[in-house]
Ligand binder design. Structure first.
Ligand SMILES: C[S@@+](CC[C@H](N)C(=O)[O-])C[C@H]1O[C@@H](n2cnc3c(N)ncnc32)[C@H](O)[C@@H]1O
Length: 208
C-alpha cells in the first residue's frame, strides 16, 4: 500500500492565486529593494559555512542570499510556479520541489541534500500557509531535520497577514511548538529584533 497523499496546503488552495507574491518580489528585486532582512538575521544564528534549509523557499530570495554568504543552502518549495521562478532567478540555489512533510531522509538523500541542518529557515508566513491541522507535524518534521544544536527561525503575521493565510494566535503557536518537542529560545516582533508586538512574530526554536 502506498502512502496517503498529503493534504493540500492553504497556499495551494488559494494563497498562490491571490497573493501575487512571486511577481511582487521580482518587482522589488528589480527596483533594488531590500528583500533579505530575514536572511541577515538567519546569518547571525550560525557559524560560517553552515548547513541551512530554506523550508518553503518561495521564489528563493532568502536561500539565495544565504548561499551568497557562503552557507550550504538547500531550498524546498512545493509550488511548481515558484520552483520555476526560483530556478530561473537564482539558478545557483538548489531547490527540492517538495513540501516540508515530504522531506524524509530518503527524499533528501535522493536529492543529494544534507539530512541534518544547523539552521532551518521557515519565514515569510510559511507556517500560516501549511495544510489545515498539520502545523504540529510540520514543526516536528523541521525539528527532526536539525543537527545537534541546530535551530529553526520562524516568522509569520499575527494580524494583517495575507488574506488566504490562516490566523495563527501566538498561544496556539507556542502550544504547537511544545507539542512538536521543541522550545522557543527567543521571540521578537521583527527580523531587526524589535520588541515583541501583536502584528508579527519572529521566533527561534530548538529541540526541547
Ligand atoms: C508567502 S510565501 C513565502 C515564501 C518564502 N519563504 C519567502 O519568504 O519569500 C509562502 C510559502 O509557503 C509555502 N508553503 C506552504 N505550505 C508549505 C509546506 N507544507 N511545505 C513547504 N512550503 C509550504 C508556499 O508554497 C509558499 O512558497
Amino acid at each position: 500500500m502506498g502512502e496517503a497523499p498529503l493534504p493540500p496546503t492553504r497556499w495551494a488552495l488559494g494563497g498562490a492565486k491571490t497573493s501575487g507574491y512571486g511577481a511582487r518580489f521580482a518587482e522589488l528585486i528589480a527596483d533594488g529593494a531590500d528583500v533579505v532582512g530575514e536572511a541577515r538575521l538567519a546569518d547571525t544564528l550560525v557559524e560560517r559555512g553552515a548547513t541551512i534549509l530554506d523550508a518553503g523557499s518561495g521564489m528563493g530570495r532568502i536561500g539565495a542570499h544565504l548561499l551568497s554568504l557562503g552557507h550550504r543552502v538547500t531550498a524546498a518549495e512545493p509550488d511548481p510556479a515558484l520552483v520555476e521562478q526560483s530556478r530561473r532567478t537564482f539558478p545557483e540555489l538548489p531547490v527540492i520541489p517538495l513540501e516540508i512533510l515530504a522531506l524524509s531522509p530518503e527524499a533528501l538523500a535522493a536529492a543529494g541534500a544534507p539530512l541534518a541542518y544547523d539552521l532551518v529557515v521557515c519565514v515569510g508566513n510559511v507556517l500560516t500557509f501549511v495544510a489545515e491541522d498539520t502545523e504540529v507535524a510540520v514543526l516536528r518534521r523541521l525539528g527532526s531535520l536539525l543537527a545537534p544544536g541546530g535551530r529553526i527561525l520562524v516568522g509569520f503575521h499575527l494580524q494583517q497577514g495575507p488574506t488566504t493565510a490562516r490566523v495563527y494566535p501566538l498561544d496556539e503557536f507556542v502550544a504547537d511548538v511544545a507539542a512538536a518537542g521543541l522550545v522557543v529560545q527567543h521571540r521578537f516582533g521583527g527580523y531587526d529584533l524589535r520588541p515583541v508586538d501583536d502584528l508579527y512574530s519572529v521566533a527561534v526554536l530548538a529541540q526541547g
